[in-house]
Design a protein around this ligand. Structure first.
Ligand SMILES: NC(=O)c1ccc[n+]([C@@H]2O[C@H](COP(=O)([O-])OP(=O)(O)OC[C@H]3O[C@@H](n4cnc5c(N)ncnc54)[C@H](O)[C@@H]3O)[C@@H](O)[C@H]2O)c1
Length: 359
């Protein structure tokens, strides 16, 4: 396979898709992209918990929304019965490491039992042919190795969020072998992506939103772990991988794709938090700056990389934006939004530009 492959509009045109977590950051971008590809997008999630939210600004009118909680199996079943999706992207999650220290029980309930409920609802709905369960690069047992984790490495997690994503992987693997064998109508895969940045994220306690809020208010941004190295990638990179994976899962040899997949950046894009902040501060201009936030802070991994060789070789997926481009696209989005540009337009322009970098 040659070069990064774009999503196939012929595949998506008129197809019914369900995204859980479509009111969140990645879910809003995915809603816009799939709707642009011609899919009929249904969404199941809670109300957005940030103000502003990309969902209300840009994605709301591109999906049929059912508000509900993934901890409620009956609500999920009703949603699948009504929307009858062919493809399901399961992204609903308590997605923040710090919040998982404050509410471990809620984090496990949403991320683990939410995944059980979603797969159970899929099992009882005959329309679904492909499911992508979105977990995280943090699902791996992190040994602070210098090399990147492969799909076959063991699951783990030092904190409730990471371990809940490892558990969601184990749940997915068990449902696959117990209920969705190779010859079954529905194929189930999981996707493990790295730290995602991009325009339109206003979550609390995430690096780029924290930076944008502080710079916008003329404050120095306090940074918790300046030396932590993360696999940064633009939001469209893993989403492109999820879309490609869904296309392959639903194909005639889809059973071969029903497994775990890493979507991570190139080695040189795994940089320390301090680099990201300094680069964004320079791009923002003025006297934007940062300070090291005094601890103690709850444990967060200091080194983490995932190996995306398999996605490159078998899905034709490749990162298209280098880290500096990723940061430029991110700041350009927030800057344009501050200047009053329409959020939907901004996202669609970046999606078009991203596709223009592929085949
Ligand atoms: N953003 C990242 O850097 C990153 C990195 C790796 C993996 N992920 C994973 O990707 C997925 C999407 O991430 P995001 O950044 O868009 O997160 P987000 O926090 O912006 O959105 C989370 C979504 O899940 C929904 N949700 C939360 N609890 C729910 C519940 N109990 N019932 C129903 N819906 C619920 C929210 O309403 C929202 O739509 C998550 O599974 C996250 O763990 C994100």
């Amino acid at each position: 396979m040659e070069g990064p492959v774009n999503p196939d509009p012929g595949f998506w045109a008129g197809r019914s898709v369900l995204i859980t977590g479509h009111t969140g950051f990645k879910g809003s971008w995915l809603t816009l992209w799939l709707s642009r590809l011609g899919a009929k997008v249904h969404g199941f999630a809670l109300q957005p918990d940030t103000d502003p939210s990309l969902f209300h600004l840009a994605a709301d009118r591109h999906a049929v929304t059912r508000l509900g909680d993934v901890r409620d199996l009956d609500a999920l079943r009703a949603c699948l019965d009504e929307s009858r999706p062919e493809i399901v992207f399961h992204m609903a999650a308590q997605s923040l490491v710090r919040a998982s220290y404050d509410d471990p029980v809620g984090t496990y309930a949403t991320n683990v039992m939410g995944t059980v409920n979603l797969l159970e609802a899929v099992r009882r709905t005959d329309s679904v042919t492909a499911v992508i369960v979105v977990t995280s690069d943090k699902c791996y047992e992190n040994r602070e190795w210098l090399y990147a984790y492969r799909e076959t490495d063991p699951m783990g997690g030092h904190d409730p969020y990471s371990s809940s994503k490892g558990c969601a992987e184990l749940v997915t693997a068990a449902y696959r072998s117990a209920f969705f064998p190779a010859q079954a109508r529905c194929r189930v895969a999981s996707a493990r992506a790295g730290n995602v940045v991009g325009g339109g994220d206003w979550s609390a306690d995430r690096l780029v939103p924290d930076i944008v809020r502080a710079f916008g208010a003329g404050r120095a941004v306090p940074i918790r772990n300046p030396h932590a190295v993360r696999p940064w990638q633009y939001v469209l990179e893993p989403l492109c991988g999820y879309i490609r994976l869904a296309e392959q899962l639903a194909s005639s040899d889809g059973a071969a794709y029903a497994e775990g997949w890493n979507f991570g950046p190139a080695d040189e894009d795994c940089r320390a938090v301090a680099y990201i902040v300094a680069r964004l501060a320079a791009g923002w201009g003025g006297d934007a700056t940062w300070t090291a936030s005094p601890g103690p802070h709850p444990h967060e991994a200091s080194f983490l990389k995932v190996d995306a060789s398999k996605a490159r070789a078998r899905l034709g997926w490749e990162r298209r934006l280098r880290l500096d481009d990723t940061l430029d696209w991110t700041m350009a989005w927030y800057r344009a939004r501050l200047d009053g540009r329409d959020a939907t337009r901004l996202c669609l322009e970046q999606i078009e530009r991203y596709e223009s970098l592929g085949a």
